[in-house]
Write a protein that binds this ligand. Structure first.
Ligand code: SAM
Length: 277
């Protein structure tokens, strides 16, 4: 089959099936073969299953299948499901999973017990819930490769002492090694979105057995609660009755420090003080 991720082919498919991109579902189709190839090559492993969220008209799906053992593609839009079933009818490696990814029960999916990679050009209006559904799942994930708005990507990979560094950055970077794979111009989509995008990869880190994630994440969120306040002030409001001054000193931090100056290791030391004493 000809490459779908091209301006001419995308136009032809949309015309052939009498379709227009539906904004409600965040539809912006990739029309650059180099971009999809680079994403797919990075995201997939020929021995592993790839899960895609939102295949659209199959631009990325086609390349994911080239580099994976099998692809399960979750699509919500009934019109596109019909198109995909037709376009990929002879592609044994591609299975379309109809319905809302956010509502699907992952424990019932045929890939539930497989080692998987996740890849998606995410619909921007549900970037965070989709990612957290994946992060919090019990799937055996090897790598997640997603296209998101550039500003969101910058938060996922932000380092301490930068404006983008937030509770989200710390939580995500505690769970995963995050990397910015590439920036993607708005010009490689049809229709063209108002913002530029970037592709980020998340590779799971080995879990720290001494840390209760819920407590650790509560501590991180409390630390960043009011960005302009010092860590001490934020934690004093959240952990009444604890000697916060002592815990900050024992974590080797200065009394006036702000959350945005702390590394993940600093947060782990603080966690030790607050939850293990
Ligand atoms: N992968 C295609 C591409 O790169 O050209 C399309 C990407 S488009 C940005 C997002 C896709 O996600 C659309 O096909 C849209 O219909 C689908 N989508 C939106 N919300 C969804 C949901 N809750 N579950 C599954 N798919 C969804």
């Amino acid at each position: 089959m000809d490459t779908i991720a091209k301006p001419t082919m995308t136009k032809e498919i949309l015309e052939r099936y009498g379709l227009k991109a539906d904004k409600r579902f965040g539809q912006n189709f990739l029309i650059d073969p180099n971009t999809v190839e680079k994403i797919a090559m990075n995201a997939c492993d020929e021995e592993l299953v790839t899960i895609e969220i939102g295949p659209g008209i199959g631009s990325l799906t086609q390349y994911l299948a080239r580099y994976s053992k099998k692809v399960y593609a979750h699509e919500i839009d009934k019109r596109l499901i019909e198109v995909l079933e037709d376009i990929f009818k002879d592609e044994e490696k591609i299975k379309i999973v109809p319905g809302d990814f956010l509502k699907c029960d992952l424990s019932l999916m045929p890939y539930h017990d497989a080692k998987i990679n996740v890849c998606s050009n995410l619909p921007y209006y549900i970037t965070t819930p989709v990612l957290f559904k994946i992060f919090e799942s019990d799937l055996d994930i090897k790598k997640i490769t997603v296209m998101v708005q550039k500003e969101v990507a910058e938060r996922f990979v932000a380092k301490p002492d930068t404006e983008d560094y937030s509770a989200l950055s710390v939580i995500v970077q505690y769970l995963f090694d995050t990397k910015l794979l590439m920036n993607v111009s708005r010009k490689v989509f049809d229709p063209m979105p108002k913002v530029d995008s970037a592709v980020v990869t998340f590779t799971p880190k080995i879990k720290d057995e001494d840390i209760v994630e819920k407590d650790f994440f509560d501590l991180i969120k409390a630390s960043f609660k009011q960005r302009r306040k010092t860590l001490k002030n934020n934690l004093t409001s959240a952990y009444k009755g604890k000697d916060i001054d002592k815990m900050i000193a024992e974590a080797g931090l200065k009394a006036t420090v702000r959350a945005q100056e702390l590394t993940i290791e600093d947060f782990k030391h603080l966690y030790g003080g607050i939850y293990e004493t």
